[in-house]
Every structure is written in C-alpha cells, then in structure tokens.
Design a protein around this ligand. Structure first.
Ligand code: KG4
Ligand code: ZN
Length: 369
C-alpha cells in the first residue's frame, strides 16, 4: 500500500491492560499528523478494590466497552468505517485476555470492511509517540516507565529498536503501586505516593538506590520495595507524617536511581551518535507524570545537552492514538504485514527488540522483560 503524499486515516484499538481505547489518526501529505479522535475508558474503578489490575475483570470490561468506544472514536473523528484506510490494534505485549478482545475485534472490523489490518506492538506505540506529537526525527532515546515496563530503548527507525536497559524485577510503576498498598494509600499508587510525598521529609529514610553505579545498565526496584516495607513495619503504626516521609524518601531514591541509569544511557547515545547536535530523550508511561522524576530528568538532560521531550500525559499513558500512529508509520515505511496480521496470535510477551538478550530469562512466549 503506497501512502506517501495522500490522506491516510487509521483506526487504532488498544486493550492490552486496563484502558479500553480507540482513536482515529490522520496523515495528510507532508502536513503534521492529526489526532482526529482519542477515546480512552479507564477501568481504574473496577480494579481499585483489589489494589491492582485483575486480568479477568479487565478482559470482561474490554468486551463490554470496546464496540461503543470504537463507535465513539469514529463519531468524534466524523468518519465512517468506509473512510478508514486501515485498522491497527495492539497485539502484545500485555494481558492476553484483553489482547484477544482487541485484536479479534480489529480483525472482524477489518475483514467486514475490507480494510488492511496491522497487528501492533504496544511498546512500538509508546516508542513512536514523540514523532506524532513533536515530529521528532530518528534516532532518539526512549525512557518508558509504566506499570508494566521500565526500559531504555534506542529508537533508530520504524522497526529499528534496541533495548539498552530493562528492569530485572519490578516495573517502576509497580514499585509505586506496591509501596502505596503497603502504606494503605489507594490505587493507583503513583499519584497518591506523589501527593503524600509533597508534605514529607525526603531525608528521613536512607533507602537504597538499586543498581546505582553498576556496570550492568539495567534497573531494579524490588530491594527498594523491601526496604520500604522494613522501614514501615519498624515504626508501625504509621502516622500521616510517617507515610509522607516514607513516600518522599522512596521518591527521592527512585529519582536518584533513575538519574544514574539514564545518565549512563545518555553517555552511550552520545558515543554512538557523536555527530548529533541536539540528541533527544523521550519519556513515556504513566510514571512520567511524576513531577520529581520529570524535573530530575529535565535537569539531567539540560546538563548533558539533550533535548527533553515529554509528550502530553494523555499520550504518554496507554491510548489508541499511539497504536493508530504506529500503524501509519508502518504503512509509510512499507513495513505493514497486513496478511500476517490477520493470522497473528496475541502475544502476552513480545519484546520490541528481538536482538538484545533477555535479562530475566525467556520462556516459550519470548523474553519476560
Ligand atoms: O502507562 P500507564 O498509565 O499504564 C501502564 O502501566 O501501561 O502507567 C500506570 C502506572 C501505574 O503504576 C501508576 O501508579 C503510575 O503509572 N503513575 C505514577 C504517577 N501517575 C501514574 N507513578 C508515579 N507518579 C505519578 N504521578
Ligand atoms: Zn503502556
């Protein structure tokens, strides 16, 4: 399918975790891409009582909501299915029940409407978002920090990704969520830990900075979580002041550890692309909302001569515009395997980078991290 220079509109569908989302993104010749609609239904309320995402509840909620969300996305964009050039859906990695719902729905819509289908890697959606929002050119560095992923990826082209670091245990958002749960703060933990930390003393607890200074480029957060648990049980019952101090100290440790890991990656990027005048670091994922983390990374980039790119939060967290956009990028690059997409079976694990060795071991379904 030749798309250069003409109007192309792609319907995106995202159901890999606890957001049911659909979006229409358009690219018209050389003009900047346009998000024509971006509908996201969060399931936070359904999962809150359990302190985390329950896969079965998520899958059921996707089944119930998806048709209406797709209709809303088309209506918001003012288009019919007939106007759509292709359907792009997240096919992994993620919770397999939700992936099945999204990909099957996309297959049915594409088959019924006679449109090409694109099975998209969720991580590719995050990786390419900065080109949709900021028109970024390749190569750049991506820091993805969400509830499910903590990775540094060198993005050199559509389909050209190299993972430079990943977590060897918990994802960063998961560490925030578990810390919140331990302290009796509501789900999702990240925003509540950040709020509590505002009134806290970050110097009260000297929590570890996992992997700081390590030669291995990866992240680790489970030791920090254990240290939080030990500190909390040592002074229980906790006052509001104790909770605030633990949150502030935890956040400071996280920011410090992140800074060390990211600085290392910026240095590597510099040495691999010495001729780039202003290289860029892009952040994505829900944790990028955290102001302490954001300002730490911003300062780091300033010192290292990197441009710091943080797409609007709505497009940093899970959404379908990034999936539609990844579809447009694949079509434009001539990398759309639409026949293979119809045969594609959803993958709970699907590393973006098929080359870098898995850090935590790999199973039948591919690398774990
Ligand atoms: O990207 P996202 O919306 O969903 C996926 O995990 O894919 O990220 C959600 C994660 C949760 O773990 C949540 O606690 C965390 O992002 N989060 C935050 C903040 N807002 C959301 N973590 C730290 N500070 C925040 N302000
Ligand atoms: Zn995500």
């Amino acid at each position: 399918m030749e798309v250069r220079g003409e109007l192309i509109r792609v319907l995106g569908i995202e159901t890999s975790c606890d957001e049911t989302a659909a979006s229409v993104v358009a690219l018209d010749g050389e003009r900047a891409p346009e998000i024509r609609s971006n509908v996201v239904l969060s399931q936070i309320a359904e999962h809150a009582a359990f302190g985390g995402v329950v896969p079965e509840i998520a899958a059921r909620a996707h089944v119930e909501a998806l048709d209406g969300i797709v209709e809303a996305a088309l209506a918001d964009a003012g288009v019919d299915l007939a106007d759509i050039d292709a359907v792009a859906a997240t096919a992994g990695p993620g919770l397999v029940g939700g992936l099945i719902v999204g990909l099957m729905t996309a297959k049915a819509i594409a088959a019924a409407a006679g449109k090409p289908l694109l099975a998209i890697n969720h991580l590719e959606g995050h990786a390419l978002t900065a080109r949709l929002t900021d028109g970024l050119v390749f190569p750049y560095l991506l820091l993805l920090v969400s509830g499910g992923h903590t990775q540094i990826v060198r993005v050199a082209g559509v389909g050209d990704y190299q993972r430079w670091a990943t977590t060897i245990d918990d994802a960063l958002g998961e560490a925030f969520d578990k810390t919140a749960k331990m302290l009796g703060l509501p789900y999702p933990g990240g925003p509540n830990v950040e709020k509590a930390a505002e009134k806290g003393d970050a110097a009260r607890f000297a929590f570890p900075r996992p992997m700081k200074g390590a030669a291995q480029p990866d992240f680790s957060f489970s030791g920090l979580k254990t240290a939080v648990r030990q500190a909390a049980s040592a002074i229980a019952p906790l006052t509001d002041k104790d909770v605030a101090d633990i949150c502030a100290s935890f956040q400071a440790a996280v920011a410090d550890a992140l800074q060390d890991r990211v600085r290392r990656a910026l240095e590597r990027f510099r040495s691999e692309f010495p001729d780039m005048k202003t290289p860029a670091l892009v952040v994505a994922g829900g944790v990028a909302a955290n102001r302490t983390i954001k300002s730490t990374l911003e300062a780091l980039c300033r010192d290292a001569g990197f441009r710091f790119v943080a797409p609007p939060l709505k497009l940093c967290t899970d959404n379908a515009a990034m999936i539609a956009w990844a579809g447009i990028e694949r079509l434009s690059a001539g990398l759309a395997d639409t026949e293979g997409s119809f045969a594609f079976v959803p993958r709970s694990r699907w590393p973006l980078d098929g080359v870098s060795a898995p850090v935590v071991g790999s199973g039948r379904r591919g690398a774990k991290a």
